[in-house]
Design a protein. Structure first.
Length: 185
């Protein structure tokens, strides 16, 4: 399937658009915001999208060709969407370039931090980088870190056909939400 897909640009574009849409849906799951404390703000949604894209890119970068091409096409699609979103928010042409440069630096900085913590299997470092980036330095990222570890493990078993067909196998965020605390009298 993959070889035929990459002989036709239109099919390739549609496959990457489908992957991008699946990642975007995963990044908008309510449990991320209600159970795992991702702020339900423009910044929080950017962080959730970056996190999910980075997790998929980690997997794509470990798969054989043409996965590297898919990874580049995915990054291009994500940044095209971000550019369009900035313009929709009313950012003028002069400001879009500067903001896109900042978003790109933020994205790649996060990718480096998440990769280092995940590659080292360092739970404390992962919690710290998630708390700083996704939670804005506030709160406990233990549940979010558990979600990310489970997502990374699930993605490790995915092949390119699966990613482009069924989509990334992200777990349900609600399963990682901390148990409610409080006095129940």
């Amino acid at each position: 399937m993959i070889a035929a897909l990459f002989r036709r640009d239109g099919a390739r574009r549609r496959a990457v658009e489908g992957l991008h849409a699946a990642i975007s849906l995963a990044a908008r799951r309510p449990g991320l915001y209600t159970g795992l404390a991702v702020p339900d703000t423009v910044e929080g949604r950017f962080e959730a999208l970056c996190l999910h894209v980075i997790l998929v890119l980690r997997r794509l970068n470990r798969l054989p060709a043409p996965a590297a091409d898919v990874a580049q096409d995915l990054v291009n699609a994500v940044f095209t969407q971000l550019d369009a979103a900035l313009r929709e928010l009313g950012v003028g042409d002069m400001g879009v370039g500067k903001r896109m440069k900042k978003l790109g630096a933020a994205f790649y900085g996060r990718a480096t931090g998440y990769d280092a913590a995940l590659d080292a299997r360092d739970d404390a470092a992962l919690r710290a980088v998630l708390a700083r980036n996704v939670l804005g330095g506030e709160g406990d990222a233990a549940g979010l870190a558990a979600y990310v570890l489970a997502a990374d493990a699930a993605l490790a078993g995915a092949d390119l056909d699966g990613l482009l067909g069924a989509g990334p196998p992200f777990p349900e965020p609600d399963a990682f939400a901390p148990a409610p605390t409080g006095d129940r009298t």
